[in-house]
Design a protein around this ligand. Sequence first.
Ligand code: NAD
Length: 296
Amino acid sequence: MTRSIAFIGLGHMGGPMAANLVTAGHRVRAYDLVAAALDTAAEAGVEPAGSAAEAVADAEVVITMLPAGRHVLDLYDDILGAARPGTLFVDCSTIDVTDARTAHERAAAAGMRSLDAPVSGGVVGAEAATLTFMVGGGEAEFAEAEVLLAALGKRSVHCGGAGAGQAAKICNNMILGVSMIAVSEAFVLAESLGLSHQALYDVASAASGQCWALTVNCPVPGPVPGSPANRDYRPGFATSLMAKDLGLAANAARAGGVQAELGLRAAELYAAYAQGAGAAEDFSGVVRTIRNQSGA
Ligand code: NAD
């Protein structure tokens, strides 16, 4: 069924997502503060709007893909009054759980329906329409959005009520961030003990050390030829984004009094690695920081 969709935020992720909605046969009116992003989207068949409020005016569904919570809340303040009552707002940005809940509250107060629906899969997944959506909000809203999100990804998981999608995203990325550091420390320890990368990989990948950080995104070159380490840590998943997500996880842990010592430490390590050139590298490049700090 063709739907009328407003798409706000046409950056690395939003640009290809909006294009995929057009490919799926939907009418997409879009807006971005950056004119060049709007031009690129127009080439893919998106209808450019003069403002976000104009884009949402006759939309059935509004999708946002913005940098952070403050952008989402500011934008919602601008556009909630411009949309038709009952419009479904789907925020796919990765934002603070508290901000996500506030966005839901503001949408409801304005007579709108809403979901938080952050993604994993990166720019490659956005382009190939293979994203995974983690969704928070009501059952009926999820059922309606699931059909639409199928044009953008391979899987949508309903995680619970308002903010549950964001909660799932930061919890998953805390596991990933910590496990990458654990795998990296093990490789640096192996180096100091004279154990080859391949030997550690052959044992750990078939034993209890097995995890995605080891067997898919292996932080040293060699054992997994497709991992970013084999291309000088070209992402993959940029360290700046991991630092952002772990910052959100750390905030949530502190706010909830959760003793997430490794998660908090991982947030510090990625934040340090994200200073300077490391920001644009794959997060598995954190192994180099660990090696340097080890004096190796
Ligand atoms: P990006 O910076 O490339 O794009 C954000 C876009 O939003 C920009 O084009 C910007 O001009 C636009 N924007 C900001 N404020 C706006 C406003 N008020 N009105 C209209 N447009 C506005 O970021 P991205 O890489 O596309 O990421 C978007 C979100 O997706 C982030 O929350 C990020 O954490 C999350 N995410 C990114 C990746 C990734 O690999 N890039 C992966 C998963 C999740």
